[in-house]
Write a protein that binds this ligand. Structure first.
Ligand code: ATP
Ligand code: MG
Ligand code: MG
Length: 359
């Protein structure tokens, strides 16, 4: 099939790489002709060329939850879009997302919508401190957030939101950050990846341990139950990610992403079918692939800002380098390294060898 992707970054690039062995072709709509996906298919640069992408494609998907719902609506009149408009509408807005979690009895942080400084004052009265103020849309890598410890920060916190609609969330005292990735097919089949552990630095994911250690079956099953409830409720097709906080009272859902996710990049060599290929299989109506890990101990280390010593990665026997064809820039994701290992000791040793890639 001809698959159209809105966006042409590294996610589009890895989706295309995973889809070529299945005989699919790819088209992208990006801003310029020089993006990570540019050489991997037909490039329809510039938003005006959305009509050319529609003409090219049998099915369309998107790379980012910040895609405009209006665009999806327009495309869907001519070509099917997955995940559907409803899923995008909910997942691109933290308020709508949390309202759905509450409706479905999925635990999440207490929250209140905030549209002014006085709203913020009132919200702090109900939710308490510490709390995090976030813009409801367009945030990523922790951008557009303000952590409030005391009431005297209220004015500064509200100012930092630049008058856009915001949400105040109670601060969750978590033990670890986890995520679960799953995929739902057109035939309503579901596949789940094992829960992974994510370590961030300054809001950016740096290291994923896959599977996360000490996840008992009850935790995995609970997260899968939340996931299935969400997938079915939204009539979702494709890969969905939920970010979780592990607390002493169980799992709390932080947010969801209607797409393949950085914490699933390990699945390229770490599982029988990567998140990328499963997304492509789902949206093109193919049977979903097995998500079993190929090795019991895997990890993913992001390459951020500078390429660094990639020769070390290339020389190691159990590492897999993935670069995104991007130039170096502060805080930019340039690539990642996947590690596969047959023992915890081997995994630790490999991570230690790559410590220069970690903050
Ligand atoms: P992403 O790049 O994953 O899309 P984002 O910008 O949408 O991130 P969040 O995932 O909501 O932002 O928050 C970023 C990080 O801030 C989380 O990974 C977590 O470490 C911390 N955080 C967010 N919300 C809370 C909360 N309610 N309590 C405690 N920590 C939080
Ligand atoms: Mg997010
Ligand atoms: Mg997040």
């Amino acid at each position: 099939m001809k698959v159209g992707i809105l966006g042409a970054g590294q996610l589009g690039r890895m989706l295309a790489i995973s889809g070529y062995p299945l005989n699919h072709q790819f088209g992208f709509s990006g801003e310029t002709h020089d993006e990570p996906s540019s050489l991997l298919g037909h490039m329809f640069a510039h938003k005006d060329n959305i009509n050319s992408l529609i003409e090219f494609s049998d099915v369309i998907t998107y790379e980012s939850e910040n895609t405009k719902v209006e665009i999806i609506k327009k495309i869907n009149k001519k070509v099917p879009v997955h995940p559907n408009e409803k899923s995008l509408f909910i997942t691109q807005h933290r308020g709508r997302e949390k309202a759905l979690f509450n409706q479905l009895n999925i635990p999440c942080a207490p929250y209140q919508m905030v549209n002014s400084e006085s709203d913020l004052k009132a919200a702090i009265k109900t939710i308490g401190l510490p709390a995090i103020l976030k813009t409801v849309t367009d945030g990523y890598d922790g951008k557009g957030q303000f952590l409030l410890h005391e009431a005297k920060q209220i004015t500064k916190a509200w100012k930092s939101m630049n008058d856009v609609e915001s949400i105040l969330e109670g601060f969750i005292n978590f033990k670890r950050e986890l995520s679960l990735i799953a995929v739902r097919g057109i035939d309503n089949s579901h596949k789940y990846y094992p829960i992974v552990e994510n370590k961030h630095h300054k809001g950016i994911l740096r290291l994923t341990i896959a599977p996360a250690q000490n996840i008992n079956e009850k935790i995995q099953k609970t997260a899968q139950y939340y996931m299935k409830t969400l997938l079915d409720e939204m009539d979702y097709i494709g890969v969905l990610t939920i970010e979780l906080f592990e607390t002493k009272n169980g799992l709390i859902v932080n947010e969801m992403a209607p797409r393949v996710h950085n914490s699933g990049h390990w699945s390229i060599e770490g599982t029988n079918t990567s998140q990328f290929q499963n997304h492509i299989r789902a949206i093109t109506g193919m049977p979903l692939g097995d998500t079993t890990p190929t090795h019991p101990f895997c990890a993913m280390i992001n390459i951020i800002s500078k390429l660094g010593d990639i020769d070390t990665v290339l020389k190691m026997p159990n590492t897999h380098l993935h670069l995104y064809d991007k130039s170096e820039r502060k805080n930019r994701k340039l690539g990642h390294t996947n590690i596969t290992a047959n023992s915890q000791a081997k995994l630790n040793e490999s991570i230690a060898k790559l410590k220069n890639f970690l903050p």
